[in-house]
Design a protein around this ligand. Structure first.
Ligand SMILES: [Zn+2]
Length: 313
């Protein structure tokens, strides 16, 4: 049992317009690097690429989103060639966006199914659009459906788990995931983020199952590792997750100018290894990771490879 890479070509290629930071190349570059490193099964490596991804069901989406929100998103699909903004400006919606959003959430559901049915130990779901800013009844920050939350809720409801950990190391706070699981202690949610910074939420949260880690600009790997080791790792061990999920955003990389952290590939490798070790102690090494942000193409590709390589060890 190794690692599954869950994606579908349409997720990689659907178009958000020429100036949008969610470029299709974000995804294809990471896969090209995995191929170059010999990580893919087709090159004799340990990572199996899933043949196809089905859209998430409305039943799965309704575990974390309101019905009225699903209706509003479906009604927002514009005419071909047109774009509409779902929120105050950066969550654009085109004619193919609804299908892409359903398939992004579906990819994470599929990753959860494959891992919990023990077809693979770990899965990395390379999805677009990302999800962690989408709350129960809103999309924002490029996110339409909260993919990682849909996957976690599916693990709880369809597979009967009672404890799922979600660790979000994107440079932005996972406000949507916090919104969705605010009153659900079956989920331990850990989010590190630049503060003060978009989306300007989460720094004041006080909850025993939501562990936010607001960190100043210029936070480097030494500081992040120390904070994670102090605040998260003991709590994750005490929680004894039955499934480890990761909102893997790589926009805190030194080379990513979307934000102002100074992380490098070795830091993403370190945190992935720590989370994998916790998963090994409590849930047979079962990890489902899903892509969130990351906008510097080269740094994103290298960071994704550093992240998934840990899953193949
Ligand atoms: Zn981000």
């Amino acid at each position: 049992m190794g690692c599954a890479l869950v994606y579908r070509d349409e997720i990689a290629t659907y178009d958000l317009g020429p100036e949008h930071p969610l470029k299709p190349e974000r995804f294809t570059l990471a896969v090209d690097l995995m191929r170059a490193y010999g990580l893919l099964e087709s090159e004799g490596g340990p990572i199996a690429v899933t043949p196809r991804v089905e859209p998430a069901s409305d039943a799965d989406l309704l575990l974390v989103h309101d019905a009225a929100y699903l209706d509003a998103v479906a009604a927002a699909v514009p005419l071909p060639g047109r774009w509409v903004a779902l929120d105050a400006g950066d969550t654009y919606f085109g004619e193919h966006s609804l299908e892409a959003a359903y398939r992004a959430a579906g990819a994470v559901v599929m990753g959860v199914d494959r891992v919990l049915e023990r077809e693979t130990h770990t899965a990395f779901c390379s999805v677009r659009p990302p999800g962690h800013h989408a709350g129960r009844d809103y999309g924002m920050g490029f996110c339409v459906f909260n993919n990682v939350a849909v996957g976690a809720a599916h693990a709880l409801e369809a597979h009967g788990l009672s404890r799922v950990a979600i660790v979000d190391f994107d440079v932005h706070h996972g406000n949507g995931t916090e919104d969705i699981f605010r009153d659900d202690p079956r989920v331990l949610f850990c989010s590190s983020f630049q503060h003060p910074f978009y989306p300007h939420l989460g720094a004041d949260t006080r909850s025993d199952h939501i562990l936010n880690l607001p960190l100043p600009r210029d936070t480097d790997g030494t500081a992040l590792r120390a904070a994670v080791a102090e605040h998260w790792l003991p709590a994750l061990d005490a929680f004894r997750p039955e499934l480890m999920m990761i909102s893997a955003g790589f926009d805190g990389h030194l080379e990513d100018d979307m934000a102002n952290f100074r992380l490098v590939e070795a830091d993403y490798e370190w945190i992935t290894r720590e989370l994998r070790a916790i998963a090994r102690r409590h849930c047979d090494g079962r990890v489902v990771s899903t892509l969130e942000g990351g906008y510097s193409l080269s740094a994103l590709g290298r960071s994704v490879v550093a992240h998934v390589k840990v899953f193949t060890e």
